[in-house]
Structure formats: structure tokens, C-alpha cells
Ligand binder design. Structure first.
Ligand code: MN3
Length: 204
């Protein structure tokens, strides 16, 4: 059973003016689709891998044969990361978290504003392409970053980070270049207007 590109959970222009329609169309329809297609190509013919859930596949890269581990890591990570990303965004979202999530953020970072500043700084500090994540690990929230399409699900030995992913931001240039050019900081500021905090809280 091949992996499939999930539909965007909203129209490609629904995140305007923060994320523009053309970027969303290319990001989902071409970049995300390419990760799915290349993942399927990489594992084609390997029935054991084809039977796995995406989480199980990228959560146990050590069991993937050497010859295809790189493509599975990059494209499996790309498929998971983007599927996750679309679902923590929503039109008419943003604002601030509430309840247990707000408490956990305040406890870990001091305040929501400090959390935002640290998350933005981490995203800006990720050289080249990658992701910035809010994770929950051993009962505490933390901000971590990964290069390329790595993520915390891959485990510390592979990705250098660990924890349950609550929130993530794609800092690849393909996520923002058309609208924001080289201004990653402006893109990360706009990101806050789209975060669906109810979805993030569900990940806690
Ligand atoms: Mn991307």
C-alpha cells in the first residue's frame, strides 16, 4: 500500500495574506508530493517496509536497509513533517494557547511572548534548510531544531533530538521565498497568525 499525498485541510488561498496561495500550491502540490512519490519509489518492492505506518517507518530507520536509508529518511521525514505542518495551521487562527498547553509554555519559557521569541530565534538560527519544533519530553516543553527533513520521531541517535512533537515550522526557503524572499524572520512572525492552538493542544 503506497503512501498518499493527503489533501490540504483548507483551500490553498485560505491562509492569505500570511501564506500566499501560490506558495501553498507549490509547497503542497509539488514539494510535499515529491516527498511522497520519492518515498514510495525508495521502498517499492520491500513488502515489510511498505506495510509499515509512516510513523513506524521513520521511527525505526535503523531497520531500513543501508542502500535506501537516506532516501527513506529524507522523503519519509518530508512526508511526515508536511502532513503535520498543514494540520497545525488554520485560517482565522493564531491568538494564544489556553489551558494546560498555556501552563506548560509559561512554565518552560516564562511567558508566551518569551516562547515566541525563542522559537523565532531558533528558526532563524537553523542554518540552511530545516525545521524548528516545540516538543514535550519527560514532562517538559523544549524548542529544538533539525536540518533537512529530520524530525524528533527519528530519535536522538539519528536526528539529535527527541520528544513528542507539538508544533513545528518549516524554515526551508521553499516555504516562504515567493512572498518573503530572504526574510525568514518576517515569515516566522506571520506563522503565529496561522497556528491552530487547539490542534497543538491535542498533540500535548
Ligand atoms: Mn516544506
Amino acid at each position: 500500500m503506497a503512501y498518499e499525498l493527503p489533501p490540504l485541510p483548507y483551500a490553498p488561498d485560505a491562509l492569505e495574506p500570511y501564506f500566499d496561495k501560490l506558495t501553498m500550491e507549490i509547497h503542497h502540490g509539488r514539494h510535499h508530493k515529491a516527498y511522497v512519490d520519492n518515498l514510495n519509489k525508495a521502498i517499492a518492492g520491500n513488502a515489510a517496509l511498505e506495510a509499515k505506518s509512516l510513523e513506524a517507518l521513520i521511527g525505526d530507520l535503523a531497520s531500513v536497509p543501508d542502500a535506501i536509508r537516506g532516501p527513506v529518511r529524507n522523503n519519509g521525514g518530508g512526508h511526515w513533517n508536511h502532513s503535520f505542518f498543514w494540520n497545525i495551521l488554520a485560517p482565522n487562527a493564531g491568538g494564544t494557547p489556553t489551558g494546560a498547553l498555556a501552563d506548560a509554555i509559561n512554565s518552560a519559557f516564562g511567558s508566551f511572548a518569551e516562547f515566541q521569541a525563542k522559537f523565532e530565534a531558533a528558526g532563524l538560527g537553523r542554518f540552511g534548510s530545516g525545521w524548528v519544533w516545540l516538543v514535550s519530553h519527560e514532562g517538559k516543553l523544549a524548542i529544538v531544531t533539525t536540518p533537512n527533513q529530520d524530525n524528533p520521531l527519528m530519535g536522538k541517535a539519528i536526528s539529535g533530538v527527541e520528544g513528542k512533537v507539538l508544533l513545528g515550522a518549516d524554515v526551508w526557503e521553499h516555504a516562504y521565498y515567493l512572498k518573503y524572499q530572504n526574510k525568514r524572520a518576517d515569515y516566522l512572525k506571520a506563522f503565529w497568525s496561522l497556528v491552530n492552538w487547539a490542534a497543538v493542544a491535542n498533540n500535548l
